[in-house]
Design a protein around this ligand. Structure first.
Ligand SMILES: C[S@@+](CC[C@H](N)C(=O)[O-])C[C@H]1O[C@@H](n2cnc3c(N)ncnc32)[C@H](O)[C@@H]1O
Length: 120
């Protein structure tokens, strides 16, 4: 069962900064296809601006670990705090290939526009 939403929260992001074409347009169908539900733990591979992770955390009431190996600053932490989900979103400066999580840590793994950048 999908959450009842009024509108598409990814298309209402202020100052969206997508890092790829169609990033925010594809986000809602992807989240709905994976059947994200409140309380789940989500892994996002390749967060870019962090806005997709933040929007999922806020609107689906889940926790999100999000990976950005080339994160330069604390921009995402500032944004998640502004959005009131600082306790639900954690960015890790690590590659997807280096993850050390045990099996079944996450309920859902999502990635938008990032897989083609992961060589191995
Ligand atoms: C085209 S951007 C898409 C970002 C965001 N998902 C969006 O749609 O706006 C691809 C992202 O994948 C990240 N990335 C590339 N290789 C990665 C890897 N091995 N592990 C995790 N993230 C990676 C890049 O740093 C970049 O943030």
């Amino acid at each position: 069962m999908n959450l009842k939403l009024t509108g598409n929260p990814f298309l209402n992001i202020e100052n969206p900064k997508p890092w790829g074409p169609g990033s925010f347009e594809i986000a809602l169908p992807l989240v709905q296809a994976t059947n994200i539900r409140p309380g789940m733990r989500i892994l996002e591979v390749g967060d870019g601006s962090g806005k997709i992770a933040t929007t999922i955390a806020k609107n689906w009431n889940v926790s999100v670990i999000t990976l950005e190996p080339w994160a330069q600053n604390n921009e995402i932490q500032i944004y998640v705090a502004e959005q009131g989900v600082e306790n639900q979103v954690l960015q890790m400066k690590i590659k997807a290939q280096s993850l050390l999580f045990v099996d079944n840590t996450f309920n859902v793994i999502i990635s938008i526009g990032s897989f083609e950048m992961i060589a191995d």
